[in-house]
Design a protein around this ligand. Structure first.
Ligand code: HEC
Ligand code: HEC
Ligand code: HEC
Ligand code: HEC
Length: 246
């Protein structure tokens, strides 16, 4: 192998080479090179048949943990921090099925007409990894230290109820971008019966992991870490200013 070919091989094996917004292939969510068997791009997360749940045709084994914030009960503006588990219809539990570190990355329900496989070469489950979201108390559902998710968003400056949680009395309209979806943020709505779907609805909007990140590294991703805004800077593309008016 020539030196050039060797370097190219190393780069591809290292993964995570897709630029922000360039799609899943070669991104940190492209596991095709890490799998023990030849798979396609979607398999680790979705399957057309025999899924864990119809919603999202979800293939990855869900964590059995319940998520909550151990170190405080509410945000500064008085909104109670939520609890949720794998029965919650919001997408954060799907992300946490890999990012809470309790389920092997390759643990899927179905692939190539075979159930319950572990498709990942090293059973990797993120212990001690910066990608472990429950870093404060690994192996538990303790979200302490993390930005709220499965949590109401004051869309159009209005108090919202989402995941049975209502925005606190100090959540003032002027603190928020009225409609962050115009800037590429994904909001969700909860019809009050636990049915969650994408799209903002005044009075019942909320945020999930995928409000800030697109796991497919799609065209709304502007920065590192699949962010729907930039990781750096101070203009209106900066991820924090996509929602907060500060
Ligand atoms: C690392 C996990 C992961 C991989 C790999 C992945 N997806 Fe997804 N996908 C998700 C998650 C999580 C959601 C929910 C996103 C949301 O609600 O914002 C989703 C949502 C979807 C949706 C429905 C909502 C939407 O955003 O359109 C479709 C369709 C979809 N994925 C198709 C695919 C296809 C096709 C592939 C392979 C080419 C793929 N996904 C690969 C995790 C993944
Ligand atoms: C099938 C398991 C799986 C699912 C589901 C999953 N991830 Fe990941 N994700 C990973 C792994 C493993 C890595 C680290 C890959 C690496 O470093 O090679 C990762 C990396 C990331 C990164 C870092 C990207 C980078 O460029 O370093 C972010 C951000 C992320 N995931 C967010 C999410 C969000 C948000 C969701 C849900 C919408 C999600 N993930 C769903 C397994 C998953
Ligand atoms: C309010 C926006 C927001 C929400 C909601 C959010 N993230 Fe992030 N996430 C970020 C930002 C910004 C970064 C970059 C942090 C840094 O490293 O400076 C990041 C980084 C990450 C990383 C890379 C490692 C790291 O910690 O820097 C992973 C993995 C990740 N997020 C997963 C998730 C998952 C899973 C959820 C849902 C439980 C989630 N994120 C919810 C904004 C968000
Ligand atoms: C998708 C919209 C969205 C984005 C993007 C976003 N936030 Fe938030 N943020 C919220 C919501 C909703 C709350 C909860 C408001 C409430 O109910 O009190 C919140 C709350 C907070 C709080 C208050 C926590 C407390 O306990 O009082 C801080 C600080 C914060 N966000 C910082 C950030 C930072 C820093 C970023 C960028 C990395 C960011 N947010 C990006 C929606 C967002």
């Amino acid at each position: 192998m020539t030196a050039v070919a060797l370097i190219a091989g190393l780069v591809i094996a290292g993964g995570a080479m897709a630029a922000p917004g360039d799609g899943i292939a070669l991104s940190a969510h492209d596991f095709t090179d890490d799998a023990t068997t030849t798979v396609g791009l979607c398999t680790f997360c979705h399957t057309p048949h025999r899924a864990q749940q119809t919603k999202l045709l979800w293939n990855h084994t869900l964590s059995s943990l319940s998520y909550s914030w151990s170190d405080t009960t509410n945000t500064t503006n008085g909104t109670p921090l939520p609890t949720f588990d794998n029965t919650w219809q919001g997408v954060s539990k799907n992300c946490l099925s890999c990012h809470d570190g309790t389920v092997a990355i390759g643990d899927v329900a179905w692939f190539d007409a075979t159930p319950n496989q572990n498709l990942f070469a090293d059973q990797h489950n993120l212990p001690g990894d910066p990608r472990l979201i429950t870093f404060n108390n690994p192996g538990t559902g303790d979200m302490a230290g993390n930005h709220p998710v499965a949590h109401p968003f004051p869309f159009q400056g209005q108090v919202s109820t989402y995941n049975s949680v209502t925005s606190g009395s100090e959540v003032v309209a002027s603190g928020w971008v009225a409609d962050p979806t115009a800037g590429g943020i994904r909001l969700f709505n909860d019809d009050g019966s636990g049915n969650v779907s994408a799209g903002a609805v005044a009075g019942q909007s909320g945020i999930e992991c995928s409000s800030c990140h697109d796991p497919h590294n799609g065209s709304q991703v502007l920065g590192e870490y699949f962010l729907r805004g930039t990781l750096t800077g101070s203009d209106s593309n900066y991820i924090c200013l996509k929602c907060h008016n500060k």
